[in-house]
Design a protein around this ligand. Structure first.
Ligand SMILES: Nc1ncnc2c1ncn2[C@@H]1O[C@H](COP(=O)(O)OP(=O)(O)OP(=O)(O)O)[C@@H](O)[C@H]1O
Ligand SMILES: [Mg+2]
Length: 308
């Protein structure tokens, strides 16, 4: 039995401007123990899919099972198996951190949970904030509390919707260390993130979502292999020759161009020279998940008729 099974899930939002289809027949099974990444650009439908999984939003079509329990028909049973860290910071300003965690524990009917609550506070660097009021916490600390709240009932399935947005480097490392440990202990993890290097380091399999459709579903290792190409990276202030510009990704002064092999790199360098461009800080690196992601998103745009 899958940990999570999305079966032809569709979602149409009714808006004043008319209907908007945010999810189009999404089918996806996440197996027990997986560290699964759900990736996609802003507005792809990731949070919508997670809110349907959480039972907070109702699918317009299809269904979702959590270890066999239907999230609509068996809401309480399905919900208890899930620990969800929402993308939006929502909290009760009148609670202290410890009270918030005790309250959440009570909600799931878990009593005498202080030992685990202390471990969570410790592991997430919140021990000295246990009695602080939620209002007094910084944004990053509030996010830590949301993570602790999601884990308070030791759910077998942990769902993280951009848990590291606005979080400093140290907490990111603490958080990933902790989540990776839980995953090793057998917890299934579903993660969305825009930090692709995090996804590359952590996820064993990923789905890429674009405009409400899955455009790629693959083990991470195959995804990276499928890229198999290299990237020529350099800095310049000059305008690129058209042939290079077409293939390049430009961020400020930094230019990245996919290259199949050494011969291709040579051709690119020759084209730059002919175009009067002197590249600085030249590097050749292996393609990473970000390169693969951009490639897949562009391909999907072409297939969907170039619709943005
Ligand atoms: N309550 C709503 N009413 C109408 N449209 C909505 C609603 N919630 C989301 N949408 C639309 O559905 C689409 C998917 O939104 P969603 O929040 O699921 O995207 P996302 O993949 O989580 O994006 P991000 O990376 O920015 O978090 C977007 O176009 C969004 O504007
Ligand atoms: Mg989102």
């Amino acid at each position: 039995m899958s940990a999570v099974s999305f079966q032809s899930v569709s979602k149409t939002y009714r808006t004043p401007k008319g209907d908007f289809q945010a999810l189009k027949q999404v089918s996806l099974d996440i197996e027990e123990g997986e560290f699964f990444g759900l990736l996609g650009p802003n507005g792809a439908g990731k949070t919508t899919l997670i809110s349907i999984l959480a039972g907070l939003s109702q699918a317009s079509g299809g269904r979702v099972l959590v270890q066999g329990s239907d999230v609509q028909a068996n809401f309480a049973e399905a919900r208890r198996k899930l620990g969800i860290v929402p993308q939006e910071l929502v909290f009760d300003p009148f609670f202290s951190v410890r009270e918030a965690l005790r309250f959440q524990s009570g909600y799931f009917g878990v009593r005498h949970n202080d030992a685990w609550i202390d471990e969570l506070l410790d592991s997430l660097g919140l021990a000295d904030k246990a009695n602080a009021n939620m209002r007094q916490l910084s944004g990053g600390m509030k996010r830590r509390v949301l993570v602790a709240q999601a884990l308070v009932h030791k759910p077998p399935i942990i769902v993280l919707d951009e848990p590291t947005a606005g979080v400093d480097v140290e907490l990111r490392q603490t958080l990933w260390h902790f989540i990776a440990k839980l995953n090793k202990q057998g917890h299934t993890v579903l993660l969305t993130t825009h930090y692709l290097e995090e996804a590359e380091a952590l996820c064993s399999r990923v789905a890429m979502l674009k405009q409400g459709r899955i455009v790629k579903l693959s083990p991470m290792s195959e995804l990276l292999k499928s890229a198999s190409s290299n990237v020529l990276q350099f800095k310049t202030d000059s305008a690129l020759p058209a042939g290079v510009a077409q293939r390049a990704r430009v961020t400020g002064r930094i230019v990245q161009v996919p290259a199949a092999d050494a011969a291709d790199v040579e051709k690119l360098l020759a084209a730059l020279r002919e175009g009067g461009v002197t590249p600085e800080d030249v590097e050749i690196r292996r393609a990473d998940l970000e390169d693969v992601f951009i490639h897949i998103m562009n391909e999907a745009a072409v297939k969907q008729g170039g619709a943005a």
